[in-house]
Design a protein around this ligand. Structure first.
Ligand code: FAD
Length: 284
């Protein structure tokens, strides 16, 4: 199918994009890499009469690491995340997770901003950003505000972003300790059956900090607060790890689909979370 007719706009500033969004309201959408938006337009599942291309907006591009804070422009592609040696050296978790997204063709165009703004529970970056406790910068007609990744997702495809706002950048503190992103998928290029991001910091054999978030195991990414509480302040022996894995599985709410029934997804979630905790611990 081909999309319905639409008017194409290509502003070269965030202000220009916001004023177009304000002018056309719900009839307009921004387009980043187009890997989620174009398919739904082709299937005519969404009615868009104004498409605002963000590609020429330089302010939305680039990766900076300064004073322990990583800031990534929304239009940075997954390929660029993988290619950045500085990012890989500072936060290797990003490259590990990005390499598990789709395939190189998708990653050449798919952007970090598009991936996190879309609100698709199957996307890997929202869970990853919750693991990193990232903050999203949103710019709109009323100015700039920041929303934590852990507060951003309301339901599948529903987020805290207002229609007239653009997600401009993503920031997070450089994490310490061990890391892992583990993903079970049916084949190369597929979305996760279950995936988990884990960060663990250990001091004197005791877990000092921890973070765990799940991908595609609910209608939003799941930050596993109970599991984190179980890990922090304790020796990470087998009973403690098992207790944390169980807490993650309990926090998941998968639905049955082509990737399997609920029982199977919960079973896979347990395997993936255990693997991610074990790998992060080995690197801590
Ligand atoms: C075959 C295939 C397999 C894939 N597999 C995976 C996978 O395994 N894991 C995974 O994580 N992803 C996967 N993806 C998704 C892909 O990685 C992209 O990240 C995703 O399509 C969104 O990024 P985009 O830049 O293409 O956004 P677009 O498609 O351009 O936009 C998506 C949505 O976000 C909005 N949007 C985009 N940028 C902004 C912004 N800056 N501010 C506000 N709103 C914005 C758009 O209006 C639109 O509603 C796959 C895609 C395909 C086609």
């Amino acid at each position: 199918m081909i999309p319905d007719n639409f008017e194409y706009h290509k502003p070269n500033s965030i202000t220009g994009a916001i004023s177009l969004l304000s002018e056309w309201g719900d009839d307009a959408r921004v387009i980043a890499g187009g890997h989620s938006l174009i398919p739904v337009m082709k299937q005519r599942l969404t009615d868009i009469s104004h498409l605002i291309d963000l590609k020429d907006i330089e302010e939305l591009k680039g990766i900076s690491i300064s004073n322990g804070i990583v800031k990534i422009g929304a239009m940075t592609t997954q390929h660029e995340l993988i290619q950045s040696e500085e990012l890989a050296k500072t936060v290797p978790l990003i490259r590990e997770a990005s390499l598990q997204i789709a395939d190189p063709q998708v990653r050449y165009l798919g952007t970090l901003g598009g991936n996190v703004a879309n609100g698709d529970p199957a996307n890997d970056m929202p869970g990853l950003m919750q693991t990193l406790n990232a903050s999203y910068e949103l710019k709109g007609p009323d100015g700039t505000r920041n929303v934590d990744a852990r507060e951003f997702y309301e339901a599948a495809y529903f987020t805290a972003r207002e229609d007239e706002e653009i997600l401009s950048s993503i920031s997070f503190a450089v994490p310490n300790g061990g890391y892992a992103y583990e993903k079970q998928k049916r084949k190369i290029g597929d979305y996760a059956t279950a995936a988990a991001g884990v960060l663990i910091e250990v001091e004197n054999n005791i877990c000092k900090t921890a973070s765990i978030a799940l991908t595609n195991l609910s209608d939003t990414p799941v930050f596993c607060q109970n599991a984190v509480k179980i890990l922090i302040g304790n020796k990470l022996d087998e009973p403690t790890i098992q207790e944390a894995v169980t807490a993650c599985v309990d926090a998941s709410e998968p639905v049955a689909d082509v990737r399997g029934p609920v029982e199977f997804k919960k079973y896979v979630a347990g395997i993936i979370v255990r693997k991610a905790i074990t790998n992060a611990l080995a690197r801590a």
